[in-house]
Design a protein around this ligand. Structure first.
Ligand SMILES: [Zn+2]
Length: 307
């Protein structure tokens, strides 16, 4: 009995010691250097003196230069011809988005269908569809290059590894948003309203359950939809239906507009595909798309900051 109790006491003592050392470690790695040897003593009342505007401006400039240098090094590492441009600050209020002319249905008050976000900034938005190819190099590349993107996922191809997209979601400081591209990637206008609702709202549920957030954006497979599609999407929380103005492949771009060019606010589509599906890897595709985007003077911005 006594032996058992002393073992328990020893166990508890070890636990306390472990907790104390964990606390000490997290104190060291935290932002506060207070208490570290050699750190300056905090001013009376624990308040650092306010920085002057000039000091703040200098710090901001230095941070920007550092970010540029890191990005230039990443661009070199990943074989980009040019360093990606820095996107301007997100708009204070999101632009009002309406359905593109010629893309309307008879229904009213439905989520807008568009291919370009109204903005004067030289930004484009990168969107990646489906989810078959799950290349860890893509996550590293995008995070090192600091390029925002959004994923439109279809359950039938992500179901064998939901974890890859959970990693993607956490792979950038502001997160990578995961949006809806239906359960089974069917041609929606060929389905009844009830069937479309199952395809779209079923995917809303999957993403919410697996990734903790119900998507606000939905993209119909092949860009095909009818009024039932938009009604069904609206019924389960979809706010907007972004299509695309151009599409990136590892060896070429395809353009929707007659001028075969980028425009401010254009949405660029591409896919999660591997070398068995097209002429290159995911990094090959990003490399080429970024070379085109940067050479034309555009930065990649975060779609969710505008829509
Ligand atoms: Zn698709």
């Amino acid at each position: 009995m006594a032996k058992g109790r002393s073992r328990r006491v020893l166990g508890a003592a070890l636990l306390v010691a472990a907790l104390a050392s964990t606390a000490a470690c997290s104190g060291d790695s935290g932002s506060g250097s207070a208490g570290s040897p050699g750190a300056p003593a905090p001013a009376a009342g624990g308040q650092a003196p306010a920085k002057t505007a000039a000091q703040l401006a200098r710090e901001k400039k230095a941070a920007l230069a550092k970010r540029r240098a890191v990005r230039a090094a990443a661009a070199k590492k990943w074989g980009l011809r040019l360093t990606p441009l820095e996107a301007p600050a997100p708009p204070r209020t999101k632009p009002r988005i309406t359905t593109r002319k010629g893309f309307e249905t008879d229904g009213e008050g439905l989520p807008p269908v568009f291919t370009t976000v109204p903005t004067k900034e030289k930004v484009v938005f990168l969107t990646i569809d489906d989810g078959a190819e799950k290349d860890p190099a893509l996550l590293r590349m995008m995070s090192e290059l600091d390029i925002p993107y959004s994923a439109f996922l279809s359950d039938y191809v992500i179901g064998d590894d939901y974890g890859y997209f959970a990693k993607m979601q956490r792979s950038r400081p502001e997160g990578v948003s995961l949006h809806n591209h239906t359960l089974h990637h069917k041609y929606l206008p060929g389905l009844s309203y009830a069937q479309q609702k199952r395809e779209i709202c079923g995917m809303q549920d999957v993403i919410e359950k697996k990734y903790g957030k119900r998507p606000e954006l939905f993209r119909p497979p092949y860009g095909n939809y009818n009024e039932d599609t938009l009604r069904a999407a609206k019924s389960c929380g979809v706010k907007a239906v972004p299509l695309w103005a151009s599409e990136a492949f590892p060896d070429h771009m395809e353009w929707r507009e007659w001028d075969r060019d980028l425009h401010p606010g254009d949405i660029v589509l591409t896919h999660f595909r591997g070398e068995e599906d097209w002429k290159g890897s995911m990094p090959d595709m990003i490399r080429r798309a970024m070379n085109v985007i940067t050479a034309k003077g555009y930065a990649v911005a975060r779609l969710e900051d505008y829509v």
